[in-house]
Ligand binder design. Structure first.
Ligand code: ATP
Length: 292
């Protein structure tokens, strides 16, 4: 049985705004995503069978995650096999290191990693275009997770423009002891902004951030996440963690995705390492991460 390993990297959002609520209820966003070294580990093996076949998943490192078709890793393997028109028994081993439902796109990244693994196992039958279309079927963040690095994502998140790599920064990612599902965060956001037709002035600008990224720099003052205004009141611990990151020497700090995870940007790895250790002592889940 062919077996391959893939890493499923977490993403953080250096900028995230909602620009419109569509008539079909979906939100249009503008976001700059960035891949960091915090990662789940995935091993996939597959054996073709004449008919039938099953996708089996075992998960380590996280309780309460489904192992059936509700798990995006399983759905990714099923989607791949359906598109290939092949039956196979597939075994997926997933070691979760990325906190779940935390705004780090762990599930989406697992799905993208399974698509990559399946494409390797079956000797790369699909090019980037088909891989991206399967990814888009699985979720709005999955196409980005397939490509990774730094990208501007618009629409529902699936329209991507690649940006330059970041130079000389590291991150401390802080997981607070609370879960906020993406739908709950969006409901809170709708409560604040309604149909998003009225402009909501805010600190940080996308143009400013993109300008700094052109030279591989990160203008921390231009970072922004609209979800902070909706999620901080629900999870005050998250805002406190952001303040602690700044106290501990971060050049800037921001919530990632729909939260409640926050991250700090450090230009000096020594300060970041000390900040991570201090936060862990204070009871947070804290991870040091580099750009990938
Ligand atoms: P995003 O930033 O894309 O909104 P998130 O980081 O907030 O995602 P995930 O960790 O992807 O959230 O989990 C969201 C939900 O997806 C979980 O509650 C979980 O039940 C479901 N899920 C399905 N497959 C997975 C997976 N492989 N890993 C984590 N969660 C998964």
């Amino acid at each position: 049985m062919n077996s391959v390993k893939e890493k499923a990297y977490a993403k953080i959002n250096l900028y995230l705004d909602v620009t419109k609520k569509r008539d079909d209820g979906f939100h249009e966003i503008e976001t700059v995503m960035h891949t960091v070294s915090l990662a789940d580990e995935i091993t996939v093996s597959a054996e073709c069978v004449r008919s039938g076949g099953q996708v089996r998943l075992s998960v380590g490192g996280a309780d309460f995650l489904p192992t059936d078709g509700r798990n995006l890793a399983v759905r990714a393997a099923q989607t791949f096999l359906a598109r290939l028109g092949t039956s196979a028994n597939v075994n997926i081993k997933l070691k979760k290191n990325i906190p779940v439902a935390a705004g780090l796109a762990g599930g989406s990244s697992d799905a993208a990693a399974v698509l990559r693994a399946m494409n390797r196992i079956f000797s790369r039958p699909f090019g980037e275009k088909v891989m991206l279309s399967m990814a888009a079927e699985l979720g709005s963040d999955v196409p980005y997770c397939l490509i990774g690095k730094t990208a501007l994502c618009t629409g529902r998140g699936e329209i991507m423009t690649r940006l330059n790599d970041l130079d000389g920064v590291c991150f401390v990612i802080v997981k607070v002891n609370a879960h906020v599902s993406t739908p709950v965060a969006y409901t809170a956001l709708d409560g604040l902004y309604g149909d998003f037709k009225a402009p909501h002035g805010h600190a940080g600008s996308l143009d400013g951030l993109l300008e700094s990224l052109k030279s591989g720099k990160l203008a921390v003052g231009e970072m922004y996440n609209v979800f902070e205004s909706a999620v901080f009141p629900l999870v005050p611990e998250s805002e406190k963690a952001k303040t602690r990151l700044l106290d501990l020497g971060a050049d800037g700090a921001m919530m990632s995705g729909s939260g409640p995870t926050v991250f700090g940007v450090f230009s000096d790895e020594k300060t970041a390492t000390a900040a991570r250790a201090a936060l862990e002592k204070e009871g947070y889940g804290a991870f040091l991460a580099l750009s990938v």
